[in-house]
Design a protein around this ligand. Structure first.
Ligand SMILES: [Zn+2]
Length: 130
């Protein structure tokens, strides 16, 4: 587990993004300057743990360390506050993974240190209205 992962673990375990204190723009991951109004008055904001799938992809090719998770589904999720987040979808039947399916965050042990460094997330999402 890399040092940078542990430094960022709050982002990954609690889905901490930012909210602009000037215009209320919210985004994940955190930002230092509001992309909408350029304000530097930014606070941490825990993102909602529920949302809907707006796009997804199923991968039948594994990344190292994920061979047992095929097919791997990656969803683009619109959280209840309108912020988009990309996450692996887990604990869901392939046929339940569809556009507009409701999802919620689940928190998981990281199962790969990943030489790619790409998947270090503590959160994943699962379909809840299937
Ligand atoms: Zn702003």
């Amino acid at each position: 587990m890399s040092v940078s992962y542990w430094r960022l673990r709050d982002r990954y375990y609690r889905i901490i993004g930012s909210i602009c204190d000037s215009c209320n723009y919210e985004s994940f991951p955190k930002f230092n300057t509001c992309p909408k109004c350029k304000s530097h008055d930014i606070s941490d904001k825990e993102m909602p743990h529920t949302g809907k799938i707006i796009s997804y992809t199923l991968s039948y090719e594994s990344m190292p360390g994920f061979e047992h998770e095929l097919p791997m589904s990656i969803g683009l999720i619109k959280l209840d506050n309108g912020v988009n987040i990309v996450s692996q979808l887990v604990d869901s039947e392939v046929e339940d993974i569809k556009i507009n399916a409701n999802v919620k965050a689940v928190f998981r042990k990281i199962n790969a240190d990943g030489n790619s460094g790409q998947i270090y997330y503590g959160y994943k999402f699962k379909v809840i209205n299937a």
